[in-house]
Each structure stands twice: as C-alpha cells, then as structure tokens.
Design a protein around this ligand. Structure first.
Ligand code: MG
Length: 387
C-alpha cells in the first residue's frame, strides 16, 4: 500500500507538533512531503531532518536557519512558500497556522482538489462561503480538526444533511466559568492561560476563557456542516468528555466522547475515511466508571458577551466575521501584553465591530483587508482604553 502524502502548515505550533507525534508512530501509513511554519527556522529544519522531508517553507521572508541546510532539503520563504507546499505533491494538507496566514495556502490546496485538514478555525470564519464553494467546485474535502467539529463530523457518518435537527457544541467554559465579575475584571495573563482541560496555544486559550473560541466555532460549524445559526446551540460541559453532539430529526442524539486530546481529531482527519489502529490516541482508553458525572448547562452570555457577538457577526456575514477575527486577535494581544484587562477584550472587540463598517460580499484578498481593518480598529480602541 502506498503511503498517504501529507503536508503540514504550522508544523512548529501546538497542533502541528501534535500531528507530528501521531505521524511519528505511523510512518508506514504516511509520508510527509512538506512542512511550513512562520519563523521558527531551526525547529523546522530539525523536523525536516527527522521525517526526511524534501521541502520546507518559512512564512517570514526574513527568517533563516542558523546552520547551513542539510543536503536533500529545499527551503522556500515568504507567503508564496506556503502556497508552494499547499499546492505541491501532498494529498492531505493540514493547515494549523495562526491567524490569516493560512488563507491563501488553503485556497491553493483547495484549487488543486486536495483534502484540507483545517485546524485554523479563523479561515472558515473569515471566508467560509468562499472556501466551501471553492471546495465543492474543485472536489476538495475540508476536514475539520477542531475537536468539536471532528466530533460532529464523526456523528454524521452515515447520516444525510437533511436528518440534522441541531448541532450541540460543547464548551468547557474555560478557567473563569464561575469566577465573579469583580474578579474577572482583575484577571491577568497567568489566570487566563491556566486552562483546566486543554493544552493549547496562548491565543486560543484566552479565546476559550472569553468564550470567543466557542463563538468562532459556531461560525465554523455553520460553514462546515451547512446548517443555519438557529440550528447551532452551545452547552457548557466542564469535563470536556463529550466533544459535541448532533440531534437528528427523529429526536435521536449522537455524541462522540473521549479525553480532551487533539491527537484523535488530527488522526481522524489524516486517516479519513479509515481509523488508525493506535491505543495511544486520545490519551488512552476512556474509563467510563472513572467519569463519575457529566454536566451540561447553558452559557452565561452576560458575563461572556463575545459568544453572542460572534453569533451576530456570523448572521450578518460578509466582512463582519473577518473584522471579528482581526479585532479579537488585537484585543487578545493587548491583554496578553498586560495593556488591557480581561473584561476589556469584549469591549474592544465590540467597539471595533461597531466602528469598522460592513460589506455583504468579499473576496479572499478583501477578507484579509477586513481582518486588518478589524485589527487596527481594535488596537486603536485598546490604546485609548490603556492610556
Ligand atoms: Mg475546539
């Protein structure tokens, strides 16, 4: 059997390194043909040496490895480098870049009809209508790597779209689920990065603390599964064992359960429609007797207003979700730098949305411009707050 050719964009990040951990155990089934990251050049070269990868790309045009490149590895730099890898010989392109850096490479992979494993939720949020329409046209499959969407995707195997009544996205609630408002106002970087269940990068960890992550996932689910926003609900489920659920038209509800671990969604997308034989995946077998109890409750949208803001941006569509992503990226940066408080994140994003304008239809390039406009608007609002 020939090995499936895989490329990873964002291979030095959290999802990228977890993907490599899976691939390290399954070299017989997969061959890595390209790796890319932003600027972590030496780490990227080390990965390429370990996995015998012929082509690597650095998104940052000024980044260079400190040592000469080993024989047999070719390096391309700049945003075009990522597109080269995305459109190259890979059958599956895993996109795990941060922010909108993966947008053009994702479009390049879709145009080549490749399967795209999408871990960068912002891309579908910003340009869901364009990417899904393009994927249909070019016969490309967009495979979710977000744990919630992977769960829904697994629940939908063997089911038709018309049977879906409702998607139920679960949310852990993050570290501040029951923190009183007065304390939330004082919460800093350290508290926000202390996620109870998931080990993720800093941006998405802060986004889970504000529930913005769930808001982005609602928009992501809308595009991945073609359901209306009225058919997507969020349930706070602190144990992060039920990764999400689908309610069908006859009232049946299916769920996918597991430990909070990203390697299973990654492996499922890489191997789809097969499943890997690997007892280490998902942090080992789930001991149901150990679970004790599973709890669910509605989200508190007054304390975490970004969830509703995301629903609203999704419903308005057009440029608004791109502005939302840009504004949130800026607000989280300001928060992580200690310049604004935790509750200011939602204020900054809300004001940036209110002041940035809106258009109904956008192209890929325009999506990036709207993202940038949202980012700058939020930086301005944030600077005014911080001064
Ligand atoms: Mg998720």
């Amino acid at each position: 059997m020939s090995r499936r050719k895989v490329a990873i964009l964002g291979s030095t990040g959290s999802v990228g390194t977890q993907a490599l951990n899976v691939l390290r155990r399954h070299c017989d089934a997969f061959q890595i043909v390209g790796l890319a990251c932003g600027s972590n050049a030496d780490r990227l070269v080390a990965q390429a040496v370990e996995f015998d990868v012929p082509l690597i790309a650095l998104g940052d045009p000024n980044a260079r490895p400190t040592a000469p490149l080993p024989d047999g590895i070719r390096l391309v730099t700049g945003p075009e480098g990522l597109c080269d890898i995305a459109a190259g010989s890979a059958e599956v392109v895993l996109v795990a870049t941060i922010g909108e850096a993966g947008l053009l490479p994702t479009a390049a992979a879709i145009r080549e009809g490749k399967a795209v494993g999408l871990a960068s939720k912002e891309l579908l949020v910003m340009t869901g209508s364009l990417l899904t329409e393009m994927a249909t046209r070019h016969g490309s499959l967009i495979l979710p790597i977000d744990s919630e969407h992977s769960a829904i995707w697994q629940c939908l195997q063997g089911e038709g779209h018309r049977r879906i009544a409702r998607l139920l996205l679960t949310a852990s609630g993050g570290p501040f689920l029951d923190t009183p408002l007065e304390e939330l106002a004082r919460a800093g970087r350290r508290e926000a990065l202390n996620h109870p269940n998931w080990d993720m990068g800093p941006k998405v960890t802060v986004d889970s603390a504000t529930l913005m992550n769930k808001g982005l996932e609602v928009i992501e689910a809308h595009w991945l599964f073609g359901v209306s926003y009225d058919q997507i609900d969020v349930a706070v489920h602190q144990q992060s064992v039920v990764h999400s659920m689908v309610e069908f038209t006859d009232g049946a509800v299916k769920a996918q359960l597991g430990r909070p671990s990203m390697d299973l969604p990654i492996a499922y997308a890489l191997a789809y429609p097969e499943r890997l034989v690997d007892p280490e995946l998902g942090g080992g077998p789930l001991d149901l007797a150990d679970l004790n109890q599973l709890t669910f409750r509605p989200p508190d949208t007054e304390r975490f207003p970004l969830l509703d803001l995301a629903y609203r941006a999704g419903r308005r569509g057009g440029s608004e979700p791109a502005v939302l992503c840009g504004a949130d990226l800026a607000a989280v940066e300001l928060f992580l730098a200690g310049r604004i408080g935790f509750l200011d994140i939602a204020r900054v994003v809300g004001e940036a949305l209110a002041t940035t304008g809106h258009t109904k239809e956008i192209s890929l390039d325009e999506a990036q411009a709207w993202h940038q406009a949202g980012f700058e608007a939020a930086m301005n609002v944030g600077a005014a707050l911080a001064s």
